[in-house]
Design a protein around this ligand. Structure first.
Ligand code: AFP
Length: 323
């Protein structure tokens, strides 16, 4: 099986971007090791601190964030980075060519129950001149690469550099990511949806109507039965969709009406949207393409509907008709 670097070279990817992906892969190998140590290494449980999101930080959130930050800044490739766990951007050397945003450990509420979690990353080319938060505020369509490493029974890197999506399985005996799925494609139709149903009473009416119609199954307006999954880690739900199709949504809800949604645009929605589109799917807020959103601040939140292209179109029809 072909190694990650060899595949990227074969795809003609810029050598510095290959180096950067390798650095991310190395950091995630270390995160993978710490996760699999679990209670043996005393890394489970929470800290006494909250992050800028107002969420209690897990010990592994902090460990993962520090690992990624140190390796990325030491590489000399990163002009600045943004992280779910950092209030502001962290500047790097002026020679750095890339801006990297990441969620160091997405789904961290799953850590203590030994369920799937992952590291999500988004890469832009840095522009010349001073670097600030403003430097990061570019639509997701300008990403030069995006991906995640999902830590499950196997550990996989799923990556796009704009030439489709490939999956690489970490061979833990040699410490290499090996190409295992060369062409990821999502079927345009599906019978599997992912949403946190406990929030149903808080959704806007179009989403309530859409889900109601799915739940009526073959006897209802959709004329077919649907299955539901919810791992409560976006990286795991998106990985399932890239593996076997489906639709995932975390819609706006009235518990926090001032927030567009729960998920973060820069280091969750944008990288996942690029992967999904590169695999033939769609990624929307319900009313607009996620990759076209002009960001206003690095931790802004967004509603997310992504996966099977025809199913995302159907959701958008419910929002357009405000049925
Ligand atoms: P944590 O990282 O705090 O576990 O949140 C994960 C997440 O941001 C995203 O990965 C999940 O899809 C979503 O939250 C799950 O949210 P609910 O816990 O409200 O279902």
């Amino acid at each position: 099986m072909q190694r990650l670097v060899s595949v990227l070279r074969q795809d003609g990817v810029d050598k510095d971007l290959i180096h950067l992906v390798n650095v991310l892969g190395a950091a995630c190998k270390e995160i993978n090791f710490r996760l699999h140590q679990g209670a043996l290494a005393g890394v489970l449980g929470s800290t006494q601190d909250e992050n800028v999101q107002g969420e209690v930080q897990k010990k592994l959130d902090v460990i993962s964030n520090t690992l990624l930050k140190d390796l990325l800044l030491d590489s000399g490739l990163v002009r600045a980075l943004a992280s779910e766990e950092e209030d502001d951007i962290v500047p790097g050397p002026e020679s750095g060519q890339f801006l990297v945003s990441f969620d160091p450990l997405d789904g961290s509420s799953n850590i203590d129950i030994n369920a799937m979690v992952g590291t999500i990353f988004s890469i832009y080319k840095a522009e010349a001149g001073e670097v600030s938060q403003q430097s990061f505020l570019r639509p997701g369509r300008e990403q030069v690469a995006a991906g995640y490493v999902v830590y499950g029974p196997a550990t996989l890197m799923v990556l796009t550099t704009g030439q489709g999506v490939k999956m690489y399985t970490l061979d833990q005996t040699i410490g290499e990511y090996l190409l295992t799925v060369p062409h990821v494609k999502i079927n345009s139709d599906t019978q599997e949806f992912a949403i946190n149903m406990s929030n149903q009473r808080h959704w806007a009416k179009p989403m309530q109507d859409y889900i109601d119609d799915l739940l009526q199954g073959a006897e209802g307006p959709r004329g077919k039965n649907f299955n539901m999954r919810w791992v409560a880690a976006m990286v795991a739900d998106v990985h399932r969709i890239l593996c076997r199709g489906g639709i995932f949504t975390y819609p706006w809800d009235r518990r926090a009406p001032e927030k567009a949604g729960k998920l973060r645009l820069m280091y969750e929605a944008n990288p996942m949207a690029l992967l999904i589109e590169q695999a033939g799917g769609k990624a929307s807020t319900g009313t607009e393409r996620i990759l076209d959103i002009q960001p206003e601040q690095i931790h802004q939140r967004v509603a997310v509907v992504l996966g099977a292209a025809n199913e995302v179109d159907t959701v958008e029809q419910y929002y357009r008709h405000q049925r």
